[in-house]
Design a protein around this ligand. Structure first.
Ligand code: SF4
Ligand code: SF4
Ligand code: SF4
Length: 327
C-alpha cells in the first residue's frame, strides 16, 4: 500500500540529488581549472547509474545494452569505460575520497601494470571455457553444460554486463534484500558469484572478501579493477582487428612539437597508460585507454593534446599554469 508513495519519494530524491549535483558541477567548473572535465565526468557517470537502475526494470535490457555498448565501442573506443560504467564510477568515488583524505595513490611498476592488462585475456578465456572444464571434471552433468552457456556467469554477454550493475537492483537475489519493494543491494559480479557457487555460507564470505579487496585495492591504485577487467577487454577487442581500425571516430591526438616531455599525462592517467607520453605525434589509441580525457585536461601546453571526434576537435589541452593565457 505504501510502495507507490515510497517510490514517488525516492524518485524525487533522485531527481533533486541529480539537480544539486549538476549545480555543484557548474560551481566547481567555474572555480577549478584542472578538474572541470573530471567533475563533468562524475556527473555523467551518476546520471548513467540512475538510467541503468531504471533500465534494469526492462525485461530486454541485457540484449539492448550489449547492442548499445558494442555499437558505441566500434565508434568511440572505451568511452563507455571512462564515462558510463558504474563500477568505474564507484572506483572514481573511492579515489575522490582518498584524495580528500590527503592520502597519495600508489603507482604500479609499468611492467606489472602491463602484465595485469594481459591478465584480462586469461580471465576472459577462463570464464568462457569454464563450463567445459566443469563438465570435463564431472562437476556438472554433460547434459547441463549447454544450459550453463545460457545462464549466470557463463553467458558471454554476462561477462560484459556485470560491471554495469547499479548498487541497488529493482529485484531480489543479490547480496542483501532491502526489505521494501523487491529491491536488493548488489555489487558487480556478486550475483554471478551467488549463482555460480550456490553454497550460502561460503558464497557470502567470498562476496564480502571480493568487495573488501576490490575497494581496498582501488583506494590505493586508481581504477584497479579496470586494469584486468574482462569487460574492458571485450570492449577494447572490437577495435583490435585490423579491418576495424578505421572505425573509431574518437581519438586522442598529440602535436609532438608542442610536447615538452613533462610527464604529467603519464602521472595523471588512472590506468597508467604510457603511450600518450611515449608515442610521437598523431592519433593515439591504445586498447588500455579509457578515453577519460584526464591527460588532456592536465596537459599544461596549449593544444598539445586533443580529443578528436571524426577529425573535429572536441576538447584540447589548455595552459592552466598561466591563467591569463587560458582562452
Ligand atoms: S574496465 Fe570494466 S570495470 Fe573498468 S570501466 Fe570498463 S567495464 Fe567498467
Ligand atoms: S602532459 Fe602534454 S606536454 Fe607533458 S608529456 Fe604529456 S603530452 Fe607532453
Ligand atoms: S591515456 Fe588519457 S584518456 Fe586514456 S585513460 Fe589515460 S588519462 Fe584517460
Amino acid at each position: 500500500m505504501y510502495e507507490p508513495l515510497v517510490g514517488t519519494i525516492l524518485g524525487w530524491i533522485v531527481a533533486v540529488g541529480i539537480a544539486l549535483a549538476g549545480l555543484l558541477v557548474i560551481l566547481i567548473w567555474k572555480k577549478d581549472r584542472t578538474r572541470k572535465l573530471s567533475y563533468l565526468r562524475l556527473f555523467i557517470q551518476m546520471v548513467s547509474l540512475v538510467g541503468l537502475f531504471y533500465s534494469f526494470t526492462l525485461s530486454l535490457w541485457l540484449m539492448v545494452f550489449v547492442i548499445v555498448i558494442f555499437g558505441l565501442t566500434f565508434f568511440s573506443g572505451r568511452f563507455f569505460c571512462g564515462w558510463v560504467c558504474p563500477f568505474g564510477f564507484y572506483m572514481d568515488i573511492v579515489s575522490l575520497i582518498r584524495q580528500k583524505l590527503g592520502v597519495k595513490y600508489w603507482m604500479l611498476p609499468d611492467r606489472v601494470n602491463r602484465a595485469l592488462h594481459w591478465l584480462r585475456y586469461i580471465i576472459a578465456a577462463v570464464i568462457l571455457i569454464s563450463p567445459l572444464l566443469l563438465g570435463a571434471l564431472n562437476f556438472v552433468p554433460a547434459s547441463q553444460i549447454h544450459a550453463l552457456f545460457l545462464r549466470g556467469p557463463y553467458r558471454p554477454y554476462a561477462i560484459l554486463l556485470s560491471p554495469l550493475e547499479p548498487l541497488v537492483l529493482p529485484f531480489t537475489g543479490a547480496i542483501a534484500d532491502l526489505g521494501f519493494f523487491d529491491w536488493s543491494i548488489s555489487y558487480p559480479y556478486a550475483r554471478d558469484i551467488i549463482f555460480y557457487l550456490d553454497v550460502p555460507q561460503v558464497t557470502s564470505i567470498i562476496i564480502y572478501v571480493f568487495v573488501a579487496l576490490t575497494l581496498a585495492a582501488t583506494f590505493m591504485f586508481r581504477r584497479f579493477w579496470c586494469r584486468f577487467c574482462p569487460t574492458g577487454i571485450s570492449i577494447a577487442a572490437a577495435n583490435r582487428f585490423n579491418g576495424l581500425k578505421w572505425m573509431p571516430l574518437l581519438h586522442i591526438n598529440k602535436v609532438e612539437e608542442k610536447c615538452t616531455k613533462c610527464g604529467i599525462c603519464k602521472r595523471v592517467c588512472p590506468v597508467q597508460v604510457t603511450e600518450v607520453y611515449e608515442q610521437k605525434g598523431g592519433n593515439i589509441a591504445p586498447s588500455t585507454c579509457l578515453n577519460c580525457m584526464r591527460c588532456i585536461e592536465m596537459c599544461p601546453y596549449e593544444g598539445c593534446l586533443k580529443m578528436n571526434l571524426a577529425g573535429k576537435t572536441l576538447i584540447e589541452s589548455r595552459n592552466w599554469l598561466e591563467p591569463s593565457d587560458v582562452k
